[in-house]
Design a binder for this molecule. Structure first.
Ligand code: AKG
Ligand code: FE2
Length: 358
């Protein structure tokens, strides 16, 4: 265990469901639950040795995980993903301790799923939409600063090892150079002092998460994760309501949508306060367009109108646009499959028949 030198995020044991929802979830504040799985078998798997013993033969998809390749434009492409057993992966990191490969966001194997019950805290949202994920990585690995584009709340349980986690509120986007759900700020290349200074400047908080602890990530927050040791974590990703499901699965991601979605986590509030705004986005979604670029423009205009209607009077993110061509191109690539059914192609070009004939 590594002491949490930050002490920015409260640690709570035995938090009642009501306190969790009122003081943290509905206020979109992080909290660390210190005894989430007390007396459940998962709590006894807290060392690398116990992971090897219990899950050594479980297959994992190992890849470069949450890194910022596509915009870094370094000319190097990510290493291909491959399947390894837990033991083979652990052996491989003993051979190459600085490898960038890790198991990121894998479906949670049954062998681990069967060691705990889904906590009552996760019942907010549509329970059928709840999902679980596994992470296993080497010391020195990281997840680049991003927000989760599915707009789920997450309970992030640390089985073994320690992670440094930074959380930055959605409204800091203007300071983070957002592109889709990525920040273009590469904290992984900053010195320790620069990281701390930058995260403080962006209004963020940090913690060191240790075995047995679970961090609650509010929906749509920015986060950056460092593996301080070999670490294994389980993410319980809450179900969403029908509004955040639509925004997270069908609309193109950007930091304005992020802020809109963060307002819509409670479906009662959407029904009471934001139904017109939600419909505006839905209408834009179903309006036909002739190209992905045009579709993105229609949607961005809808995000803009909605955000103008619901933003706080002084809001830094309102200034954001995506000026650079590279960002626009990658945005359209990302939007392509989401809007594919709504694009009417231009009629095919008829050729220069007349001229040729002459
Ligand atoms: O721990 C990690 O590697 C990243 C976690 C993360 O980004 C997430 O659970 O959404
Ligand atoms: Fe994430």
């Amino acid at each position: 265990m590594i002491p949490d030198r930050f002490q920015h995020i409260p640690r709570r044991a035995d938090l009642s469901l009501e306190e969790f929802e009122q003081d943290f979830l509905l206020q979109q504040k992080p909290v660390i639950l210190t005894n989430l799985f007390q007396n459940q078998p998962i709590q006894r798997v807290a060392t690398v040795e116990s992971i090897q013993r219990q899950f050594g033969e479980v297959p994992l998809l190992v890849s470069e995980g949450i890194r910022y390749h596509h915009l870094a434009q370094t000319g190097s492409s990510p290493q291909p993903a491959r399947t390894l057993t837990v033991n083979d992966y652990l052996d491989s990191i003993a051979q190459v301790p600085e490898t960038s490969l890790l198991c990121s966001e894998n479906a949670l194997p049954d062998e681990i799923q069967s060691l705990f019950t889904i906590p009552e805290y996760c019942r907010f949202g549509d329970l059928d939409d709840l999902t679980t994920r596994l992470f296993l990585g080497n010391a020195g690995n990281y997840a680049h600063l991003h927000f989760d584009g599915d707009f789920r709340q997450v309970l992030f349980y640390q089985m073994c090892g320690s992670k440094r986690i930074a959380i930055v509120p959605a409204n800091a986007a203007a300071k983070l150079l957002p592109n889709q759900h990525w920040s273009m700020v590469c904290l992984e290349h900053f010195s320790e002092a620069e990281k701390d200074a930058f995260i403080a400047y962006a209004g963020g908080v940090q913690c060191i998460l240790n075995p047995g602890e679970a961090l609650f990530f509010p929906s749509a927050v920015w986060h950056y994760v460092e593996y301080l040791t070999i670490g294994m974590s389980v993410a319980i990703r809450f179900g969403r309501n029908r509004y955040t499901q639509f925004l997270g699965e069908r609309c193109h991601l950007d930091s304005k949508l992020q802020r809109i979605a963060a307002r819509m986590i409670d479906e009662r509030i959407v029904q009471e306060q934001y139904s017109q705004e939600y419909e505006l986005i839905q209408r834009a979604f179903y309006r036909p367009a002739q190209s992905v670029a045009e579709k993105v423009e229609q949607m961005a205009a809808a995000y803009d109108l909605v955000w103008k209607a619901i933003a706080e009077p002084v809001d830094p993110i309102y200034q954001i646009s995506i000026p650079d061509r590279l960002a626009q191109e990658t945005l359209e690539m990302h939007a392509q499959h989401r809007y594919a059914n709504f694009i009417k192609p231009l009629p095919p070009f008829g050729g220069w028949g007349q001229i040729d004939a002459a």
